[in-house]
Design a protein around this ligand. Structure first.
Ligand SMILES: [Zn+2]
Ligand SMILES: [Zn+2]
Length: 687
């Protein structure tokens, strides 16, 4: 090992992430960490600590890598640092992350047997497990997870975890103050942890004292293998825990794998062969001479799955050292203080469901999440059949649409009971969706569940702007952090009597400057919202309807129309739903108006038909003119509820002047029938 180089190695270690988004324009690797590290290394106090600690680690007797039979238990607390978006991950995802971490540490991965035979003899069970803490620093009984709502959830640009730690200390829902780093591994699960960064942490160092920033930061979609994360992303956590227990990358302590110069740096572990470091799985990587252990957790490869015996010795040495407070974590006194020494007391009733939005005729699965160690349960499911249960986990059948409460009363001793009520927790849509045509101009609208579901992001109806009429839909995107997602979901629609539907809407958006890259996706579901598929992505110049500016408010000419022609075949079901998903790239508010879903004819579609009909004026007072290039023989006028208010059977004609004086003010559709073709157009009646 070249110590001189090793001492100068980096303190902050980050793991790049590969985007799973189909957009795939995310930069591959950005070194914000180099900047932060350089700043830290300018601090002489820090550098003194660091040099001494690493010298001491390397000269101290290494703990044996042999099977010890002593499993070190480390209390862990997950701080969910969210801004009420998808980064507010479920507890099931946290538990999954913890389970996968312990599987990795104990060499229990199902694919362990697939490790290259060269390295099979080196696979190590680290004999370390992380256990959810049950006591906060003041002794408060809790679940091992805290929630903090803060705009700092999204740390874009350079790494700046201190804002996130400060927010947790001030605003978390369990205990406000320091969660000492020598009592807990603090894991901060955030919306973003630096541009291009999946996670990061620090080597053990006394520089941090017992402060809670001696922890691990994870982007939410790299925490666990389920929910917003995935199996490949779940490997980030154990990699960071490796660093947290003093393991460098296999190629040495730099952030750059693949450099020839990495052959001259070492990771301080004798049984990991010298390597340049890899980001992909070349099983014959020999740039530095010997075959590299590319399946090592401390590589960047997608096939990483093992630690070596040498790494085990190094990790356990770190855990037996007071450096950075690591040795305190595994003491009986600390296990008592954090409540992992014994069976924790019952202190809270809680539960979750497999879905919170469904259709009538569906069953939802409810699972007990009370802590700790409940033995008795009493559920009440408003609107369900049956509406009660005494099981820990149970199904509830919802025959009818509506918005319903759920409550669970539970006990740890059948004497003291606690109750958790979640009001309006379950949204049940009508299995038989609303008939087409659908038109929404947001003029007179009940913008609540189950008509519209706008839990994620700040959606509202506004009179600030409108394509026509006085109102439109507004998404408050101005000022939110880049990467923030906003989601708006529709009710169900019946498309079962067609094979193709037309979906279009008007939108208005402006960037603040050229660096903004916001985008709008339209997704469709053919199973009531259990699964979604992208039907259209609107971004770059397509999304922009007006010049870059601040405080954008669209004028009439600053709206564009989006048309979606891919609502076909499999999507034409009784309970079609759509949703808008908008990801902030730093631009202005988004405005949407005139959402229209209507029939296309089932055969001999004439694509130019749409352009061959004009209807004017719109809005109309007394006389609406319909002008077409092809003959039509029948028209219907439907009100906003889909009720026919006027029908005219005609001799085939190309032009009709319709008297609209008797219609009440409001929105209507006119359906024009030409042979077997039917198209509908919205119009507005005014005085
Ligand atoms: Zn790393
Ligand atoms: Zn770099």
């Amino acid at each position: 090992m070249n110590k001189a180089i090793y001492y100068l190695s980096f303190l902050i270690i980050v793991l790049i992430f590969k985007t799973t988004s189909f957009l795939s324009q995310t930069p591959h690797h950005k070194c914000g960490q180099h900047i932060v590290l350089k700043e830290l290394l300018k601090n002489n106090d820090f550098k003194t600590y660091y040099d001494q600690e690493q010298r001491s680690f390397s000269s101290s007797n290494q703990i044996s890598s042999l099977k010890s039979g002593v499993v070190y238990k480390i209390p862990v607390v997950f701080h969910i640092v969210h801004n009420n978006g998808i980064e507010k991950i479920d507890r099931s995802q946290v538990l999954d992350a913890l389970e996968k971490l312990n599987i990795d540490l104990r060499a229990l991965r199902p694919d362990t047997s697939t490790v290259d035979s060269l390295f099979q003899p080196l696979i190590a069970d680290i004999e370390v497990e992380f256990v959810l803490a049950t006591k906060a620093p003041d002794g408060t009984c809790f679940s091992g997870i805290t929630m903090t709502e803060t705009p700092f959830s999204y740390n874009n640009g350079d790494i700046n975890g201190s804002d996130q730690v400060d927010a947790v200390m001030m605003y978390n829902d369990v205990y406000q103050g320091n969660w000492p780093g020598d009592q807990y591994l603090n894991v901060f699960v955030c919306g973003a942890v630096g541009t291009g960064i999946a996670g990061y942490t620090y080597y053990p160092s006394g520089f941090f004292g017992n402060a809670m920033n001696n922890g691990i930061w994870l982007r939410h979609d790299y925490c666990g293998s389920i929910g917003t994360a995935n199996p490949s992303a779940s490997k980030t956590f154990v990699h960071e825990v490796g660093h947290w227990l003093n393991l460098p990358h296999t190629w040495g302590s730099t952030n750059e794998p693949g450099l020839a110069s990495n052959c001259t740096t070492d990771d301080g572990v004798t049984d990991t062969p010298n390597t340049i470091g890899s980001q992909w799985c070349n099983y014959n990587e020999t740039t530095c001479g010997s075959v590299a252990n590319i399946e090592n957790h401390m590589e960047y490869t997608p096939c990483r799955k093992m630690f070596t015996l040498g790494q085990k010795a190094r990790m356990r040495t770190a855990l037996n050292s007071s450096t950075g407070g690591r040795s305190n974590l595994i003491t009986p006194a600390n296990h008592f203080a954090t409540g992992i020494d014994t069976i924790a007391p019952f202190c809270k009733a809680d539960f979750f469901a497999n879905r919170y939005i469904t259709c009538s005729g569906d069953s939802l699965y409810f699972q007990d999440y009370s802590y700790h160690n409940p033995i008795a349960w009493d559920w009440y499911f408003e609107g369900a059949n049956p509406d009660s249960s005494n099981l820990d986990n149970t199904y509830a059948f919802y025959p009818n649409q509506g918005v319903f409460d759920v409550s669970l009363t539970a006990s740890g001793d059948s004497t003291t009971f606690l109750t958790e009520v979640k009001n309006d927790a379950i949204i049940v849509m009508d299995y038989n969706g609303a008939p087409l045509p659908f038109y929404e101009g947001f003029e007179n609208i009940n913008f609540t569940s189950p008509e519209w579901i706008s839990n994620v992001g700040n959606w509202s109806i506004t009179d600030e702007a409108a394509y026509n009429g006085n109102y439109c839909l507004k998404l408050e995107n101005d000022g939110v952090d880049e990467g923030t997602k906003h989601i708006l979901e529709s009710k169900t629609f019946d498309l079962s009597d067609t094979t193709k539907a037309f979906f279009n809407f008007r939108y208005a958006f402006a960037r603040k400057n050229t660096s903004n890259n916001d985008y709008l996706k339209v997704l469709a579901s053919n199973d009531c919202g259990k699964t979604w598929s992208v039907r259209k992505v609107i971004q770059y110049s397509q999304l922009i309807t007006a010049p870059d500016q601040i405080n954008f408010l669209p004028s009439f000419s600053e709206w564009k129309e989006a048309s979606i022609s891919s609502i076909i075949g499999p999507f034409c079901v009784q309970n079609f739903r759509f949703k808008f998903e908008f990801e902030s790239g730093g631009g202005n508010n988004l405005y949407i108006d005139n959402i229209n879903i209507s029939y296309e004819n089932t055969t001999s579609i004439n694509s130019s038909f749409y352009n061959e009909v004009s209807i004017y004026p719109n809005p109309v007072k007394d006389q609406l003119t319909i002008n077409a290039t092809n003959y039509f023989s029948q028209i219907h006028v439907l009100d906003i509820m889909g009720k026919t208010v006027l029908t005219k059977n005609l001799l085939a004609t190309k032009k009709l002047v319709l008297n609209t004086g008797s219609l009440e003010n409001g929105y209507y559709f006119i359906q024009i029938i030409q042979g077997n073709k039917l198209r509908s157009y919205p119009f507005m009646k005014i005085n």
